[in-house]
Design a protein around this ligand. Structure first.
Ligand code: DGL
Length: 257
């Protein structure tokens, strides 16, 4: 098969990266995608950095074996822990994701910008450097959300458990005025509606569209866009055996965000 017509690999610690996959399909309808959710090892965000690196290598090896032409690391945590090493180790184009702080700053709204993400994303150097870039022009508040990924991995996107978790996290800041909320974990767009109910009228931003745009830009630049002219296909895979995660994955792929 011509290299341009090979699939693009997309991976995450679980089902979260489907929020990125959805945007990538919208922007690149002729591309074929192989999505790999590593739910067996989720969550990544509370693990050790070296463990996340090695898990990212294993998943990438698996996708390379399936013949991918490019890779999207649709996980903020794996991007912050492993993107440099992934790029050193594999010769294919690799696109990562990071908390969409820039668009939040550009809104120019008063108040704190809350960055909801996993503990690892917020404690890694990549985020420190990103925050340094904007700390003079914006009030940035990193908000680690351990436990939220687990709820979403269990197919819980609304209801009492989610709303009480989010209320506890967000309520102390609401009365002081929040400029924006950045969803710095690809699982969180699936609970965006619930966040919106608590943080009324606050813009909620995530990096999935930006990552998909970056992917398109990269593939265009290196002449690697699919040239078949046909609608692409999507394959869903998960490291957990059985149908549960695949069922949740297809449900998430088809819901409107
Ligand atoms: N979706 C991953 C992210 O973007 C979640 C990481 C985790 O498994 O903790 O950070």
């Amino acid at each position: 098969m011509e290299i341009q017509n090979r699939p693009i690999g997309v991976f995450d610690s679980g089902v979260g990266g489907i929020s990125v996959l959805k945007e990538a399909i919208k922007l690149l309808p002729n591309e074929n995608f192989i999505y790999y959710g590593d739910s067996k090892n989720a969550p990544y965000g509370t693990k050790d950095v070296n463990e996340v690196k090695s898990l990212s290598f294993s998943v990438t090896d698996e996708l390379i074996d399936r013949g991918i032409k490019a890779l999207v690391v649709a996980c903020n945590t794996a991007t912050s822990a492993a993107i440099i090493d992934l790029r050193k180790r594999y010769k294919i184009p690799i696109v990562g994701i990071e908390p969409a702080l820039k668009p939040a700053v550009l809104l120019g709204r008063k108040g704190k910008i809350l960055i909801m993400a996993t503990p690892m994303t917020l404690s890694e150097k990549k985020f420190y450097n990103l925050m340094k870039k904007y700390e003079d022009v914006a009030e940035i508040l990193p908000m680690p959300c351990p436990g939220l990924v687990e709820l979403i991995e269990n197919g819980i996107f609304s209801g009492e458990k989610i709303s009480s978790y989010l209320k506890e996290k967000l309520s102390p800041y609401i009365e002081y005025g929040i400029a924006a909320i950045v969803l710095g974990c690809t699982h969180y767009p699936f609970v965006k509606k619930e966040i919106g109910i608590i943080a009324k009228n606050v813009p909620i931003i995530d990096g999935s569209r930006g990552t998909a745009k970056q992917l398109k830009k990269k593939l265009t630049l290196i002449h690697l866009l699919n040239s078949s002219g046909k609608m692409g296909y999507v394959e869903l895979h998960n490291s957990l055996e059985g149908n549960k995660m695949l069922d949740i994955s297809s449900k998430l792929l088809n819901i409107e965000l």
